[in-house]
Design a protein around this ligand. Structure first.
Ligand code: SF4
Length: 343
């Protein structure tokens, strides 16, 4: 006979209060985290990590329940980029050994869409390496997006670099749901990781996306030598911009890039960053993006108690873990993959 482990009374378990719980209570009732509290989260001790994850998970649960959204990345054009983003293996200043090709033909992009649908992805992220799309690339995107949407019912997120308002309007008109354009780091630190365009350029593109009526996906990369204040500044700027989706990457310092050798993030550092973004942007999609396997390692499951989304499959120029491992992780947590917006 099975043992009944249910509580013997109807009374809710007593929660011993700590500062993270107090802040979560405030955020859950519509209040905001202060910058000083954000700093305290990023400076908190490893011994407090379970309390922090628990508090952040309450916010995640309120807005996303047990759902996990899967995103599928397709690098439609690789390498050959004239920009000098120091973290990027596709930049002209990178010596990393990566595949280099111009925008892929329609059949390859459709094959990838089929795989995305088969893997349960909600969103197909069409990415090109570029300062911004040229006319040929714009036309290729305008041609393929309606076909993918009709055939597979996937949401489309386009990541094409800097956009003019006219280009944003064209993307909206062809059916793009969302544009990804990361802030990457705090405004003050931006000039240290890129000199060929500015933080303000990136913000301007996001404004064009918003004004064109598409959703904004924008996040950043942790572990590039930035300060805690840079990370906090990015989290609050994303909040102020009203982005709907925040991918948080943990630097995978690829050999041949200027940031090679920067690999001092611990799994706890990643969890603290995720938790801070969750507290600051409580109801926004928060995605554990590149570097998940490398830096969170065996604590990936704790990350999903805070974030509600991951990429499935490979990243732009690096391998991700097998999709089966992600499904296993999600099942083990008792979470469900959601394939529809608002599901
Ligand atoms: S613009 Fe994009 S593809 Fe080009 S170097 Fe920067 S991050 Fe890489």
């Amino acid at each position: 006979m099975a043992t009944d482990l249910s509580p013997s009374t109807e009374t809710a378990p007593v929660r011993s209060s700590n500062r993270f719980d107090d802040w979560a209570d405030r955020v859950l009732s519509g209040g905001e985290l202060t910058r000083d509290e954000a700093r305290q989260i990023l400076e908190s001790d490893d011994d407090e990590i379970l309390r922090l994850v628990d508090a952040a998970s309450r916010i995640r649960k309120k807005h996303f329940g047990k759902t996990v959204q899967l995103y599928f990345l397709m690098n439609a054009k690789s390498g050959l980029c004239p920009e000098d983003c120091h973290y990027c293996s596709q930049s002209k200043i990178s010596d990393a050994e990566i595949p280099k090709y111009n925008i892929l033909k329609r059949d390859k992009l459709m094959d990838a869409a089929r795989i995305a649908a088969e893997q349960g992805a909600k969103t197909y992220c069409l990415v090109i390496s570029a300062r911004g799309p040229n006319e040929r690339e714009m036309k290729a995107v305008e041609e393929i997006v309606p076909v993918i949407k009709e055939q597979y019912g996937l949401d489309i997120c386009a990541c094409l670099g800097l956009l003019s308002r006219e280009q944003a309007d064209r993307l909206k008109a062809c059916g793009v749901d969302r544009v990804n354009h990361n802030l990457n780091t705090g405004e003050e630190y931006y000039g240290k990781i890129c000199t060929t365009h500015t933080y303000a350029d990136r913000v301007e593109t996001l404004r064009h996306v918003k004004n064109a009526g598409m959703e904004m996906c924008s996040g950043g990369i942790i572990g590039m030598g930035e300060t805690i204040d840079d990370v906090i500044s990015m989290a609050f700027d994303l909040k102020d911009l009203g982005v709907q989706s925040i991918p948080l990457n943990f630097l995978n310092a690829i050999d041949g890039t200027p940031l090679q050798g920067n690999d001092d993030l611990s799994p706890q550092d990643c969890l603290r960053a995720l938790a801070m973004f969750r507290f600051v942007n409580p109801d926004r999609e928060l995605r554990i993006a590149g570097g998940r396997e490398l830096h969170l390692r065996s604590l990936q499951s704790l990350g999903l108690y805070i974030a509600n989304s991951v990429f499935v499959g490979d990243y732009l120029t690096t391998k991700g873990q097998a999709p089966e491992e992600d499904y296993q992780l999600i099942r083990d947590l008792g979470f469900d993959v959601t394939t529809k917006v608002g599901e």
